[in-house]
Design a protein around this ligand. Structure first.
Ligand code: PEP
Ligand code: MN
Length: 338
């Protein structure tokens, strides 16, 4: 962290300020005295320092971070990849490609179990399905809630696939006790109270990128969960808001290698919510795998035209089968040749 002090800052103020920084934050302070101003260079772990507090001091001209504000999610402090292992032995982040697939929303036992069986046959290793749905309209289908969780568990029993499903509030954490991966949706990426509580849970968390979140904000949200003691975080790029309206969101493919260089956490990509159109899901899934994604999360419905949520972006089981064949083939090719 570099702090530039105002020219009128007295020697006593500089001394008091540097003493405070060294004693309170355990950092080393290097000082350069120029003709007009003094510059302080802070060396050590500056993640705990509130940059706004520094900026608010009368005698501070400007302050700039030169190190990322997150530590636990940072590859600098944890060079090896984090590998998340589920109870059935499925590993995310170990160099393999894992596919989470299933309906946007759980609608009935037949629907979710039938889809689960089909996606498993195509090579999906995790079943997705929303029980609590964050919908833009209060009049839209809100999910089957607790019953939806039970139906997911029934589909898990029928297929052996672990389940991933979205949580929306802290008071529901106990209900998610039996879920394999808890999803935090894009709209809740900065629900800090929820993130803090999920930090106390001993379960993987799929953290979706917020609609307008920068990569740093996304990693800071992962840091919230990890700071609470839960280091099993899987990041999910699901597209961000841009001026483009052709697609539902804009898939930020560059976020995959960026996040993998900044962080040791696994990254999965959701081409369904990123595009909003079923015909765009396969090419974007292929692109995501080519860009280094550890996994994909894809919406599949046995009858997309009658889906209660997100039918337009849902693949049929046959379309999913064709996509899965291609991405696994690509992954194998990459392993052997790239
Ligand atoms: C979902 O995966 O069902 C979902 C609502 O996604 P997102 O939070 O990315 O919009
Ligand atoms: Mn959806």
């Amino acid at each position: 962290m570099i702090i530039v002090l105002k020219p009128e800052c007295s020697k006593e103020q500089v001394l008091m300020f540097t003493d405070m920084l060294t004693s309170q934050y355990n950092v080393k302070v290097n000082k350069w005295e120029g003709v007009h101003s003094t510059v302080l260079g802070l060396i050590g772990d500056t993640t705990q320092i509130d940059i706004d507090y520094i900026d608010a001091q009368d005698f501070v001209e400007s302050v700039k971070r030169v190190q990322e504000p997150y530590k636990k999610a940072n590859r600098k402090f944890h060079p090896e990849n984090t590998v998340i292992e589920l109870s059935n032995g499925v590993k995310i982040g170990d160099g393999s490609l894992q596919i989470m697939a299933g309906p946007c929303s759980v609608e009935s036992e037949e629907q979710v179990t039938e889809i689960a069986k089909r996606v498993k046959l195509s090579g999906a290793s995790i079943l997705r399905g929303g029980a609590f749905k964050p919908r833009t309209s209060p009049y839209a289908f809100q999910g089957l809630k607790a019953e939806g969780l039970d139906l997911l568990k029934a589909a898990r029993k029928a297929t052996g696939l672990p389940i991933v499903t979205e949580i929306m509030r802290v008071s529901h954490i106990d209900m998610f006790e039996n879920v394999d991966i808890i999803q935090v949706g894009a709209r809740n990426m900065q629900n800090f109270e929820l993130l803090k509580e999920l930090g106390k849970v001993n379960k993987p968390i799929l953290l979706k990128r917020g609609l307008s979140a920068t990569i740093e904000e996304w990693l800071m949200s992962a840091e919230y969960i990890m700071a609470g003691g839960n280091d099993q975080v899987i990041l999910c790029e699901r597209g961000i808001r841009t001026y483009e309206t052709f697609t539902r969101n804009t898939l930020d493919l560059s976020a995959i290698p960026i996040v993998k260089s900044l962080s040791h956490l696994p990254v999965v990509v959701d081409p369904s919510h990123a595009t909003g159109k079923s015909w765009l899901v396969e090419p974007m899934a292929i692109a995501a795998v080519a860009a280094g994604a550890d996994g994909l999360i894809i919406e599949v419905h046995n009858d997309p035209a009658h889906a209660l949520c997100d039918g337009a972006q849902s693949l049929t089981p046959d379309q999913f089968d064709s996509l899965a064949k291609k991405v696994f083939k690509l992954k194998d090719y990459m392993k052997d040749n790239i």
